[in-house]
Design a protein around this ligand. Structure first.
Ligand SMILES: [Ca+2]
Ligand SMILES: [Ca+2]
Length: 202
């Protein structure tokens, strides 16, 4: 009898395991035409002396046919942004999935692949929450080649240096998240590549 119960329980766990299989969600693969400006597919720019150029790179890629190539010169006092998602100034920056269509409770991190250059530049990865509040995760360009960067939602912090005028500034990361952006922090100059932005299943 004990053996029968054990077999039954083992079978139940097996079924439960199959049903609750973890599946990550691909948010963005940076495919298709890459351009800036009002009609562009990437919302990017720079100011106060910094400069950034964004193109597609078919040679260095992690998934699909290309990656997002970011050539930057970040000077002291300057700023820049390279953003994709919803509610941005450029018209065609959408992810592969609408934020409202995502069950955010199923995921605990946002991940992406970065092709590092070993420059030791500091890179900010920001997400904008449903209240337009910007949250930041910091990483270092201290490796070469592709590496997956895992940014757990509970390790983001609300930006203290700047927030949009319409940010709720409630110190809560409110879902759905609407967009993300990369910003190499000054002083730094170089080229980085990004690809394969996903939500990690819990
Ligand atoms: Ca790609
Ligand atoms: Ca908020």
């Amino acid at each position: 009898m004990k053996k029968a119960i054990f077999v039954l329980l083992a079978a139940l766990f097996l079924v439960a395991g199959c049903v609750s299989q973890k599946t990550n969600l691909l948010l963005d693969d940076f495919e298709g035409g890459i351009s800036g400006g009002a009609e562009g597919s990437v919302d990017y720019g720079a100011g106060a002396g910094s400069a950034v150029e964004v193109t597609a790179d078919p040679g260095i890629k992690n998934t699909g046919a290309q990656s997002l190539k970011v050539a930057f010169d970040a000077v002291s006092g300057g700023y820049m942004w390279v953003a994709r998602g919803f509610g941005l100034d450029s018209k065609h920056t959408d992810w592969l999935v609408q934020p409202q269509a995502i069950n955010w409770k199923k995921y605990d991190a946002i991940t992406f692949f970065m092709y590092g250059s070993g420059s030791n530049a500091r890179i900010a990865f920001d997400i904008k929450d449903s209240g337009n509040e910007l949250w930041r995760f910091m990483l270092d360009d201290n490796f070469t080649g592709w590496k997956q960067i895992v940014c757990p939602f509970n390790e983001f912090f609300a930006r203290g240096d700047w927030q949009p005028d319409n940010a709720d500034k409630n110190a809560q990361l409110n879902f759905p998240v609407k967009s993300f952006q990369f910003e190499p922090r000054p002083p730094a100059k170089g080229v980085l590549y990004f690809d394969t932005v996903e939500l990690r299943a819990k």
